[in-house]
Design a protein around this ligand. Sequence first.
Ligand SMILES: [Zn+2]
Length: 260
Amino acid sequence: MTLTVTRVTHACVLLDFGGRRLLTDPWFSERRGYYRGEPLAFPPGALPELAGVLVSHGHYDHFDLAAFAAYPDHTVPFVVKRGLAAQVRAAGFANVTEVDPWEQADLGGLRVTAAPARHSVPEVSFVIEGDQAVFFGGDTLRIAELDEVATRFGRIDLALLPVNGLAIRPAFNRQVVMTAEQAAGLAGVLRPRVAVPIHYAYTAGPLRDRLLLRYDGTPERFATALGAAAPATQARILEPGEPFTVNGAASPPLPGSPGQ
Ligand SMILES: [Zn+2]
């Protein structure tokens, strides 16, 4: 069974596990202060049939339900960070499961496990398991708790890692997202076969970027740092709408890990 990953935009990614498809962190519109900085691969009405939608946290650029409501099947199940279900239901999607780290849900035969994350609001990351295992990092900081993903899961085939190192200028440049080099360091622990950077083209616009936000990471920096931090991992920078298939061959479990 093949695994195909297609970035829609930003952290919104379509994962296709041999025909069972999940969408992460839906973001399909723009508003003042929130610009993609890259194309949108396709609108929600053009999405293939989904087995489920994952939401890491409640920020608009990851949880754009007003635009996602154009997706025709409102019975599609959601798995969301605990606390977000009421907003999902209010948007017309009744099938929603809330999770905190290490809680699990089943989406069309794919096992979804929430994993730790830290951001400026409550967040989870996710591990999704079909024939292959995928780590989805949302837009978390590089926190030590993420090392546990490597010990709990014997094998990660694909890691989707945020790399823009976002910091908030008025909050004394408080960092809220991992940098490219920190993401590469996490890949060195998770040791996925393929790592795809996400969450890097976004901009708040020239004025807000100058006054409010700082960025510290690009996909190219991630690929360079990955060469040293995780030499066995293939870095793959994907344009929105460019599908990439991670081949279906199983890799051996990490030494010392319990495996699955
Ligand atoms: Zn966020």
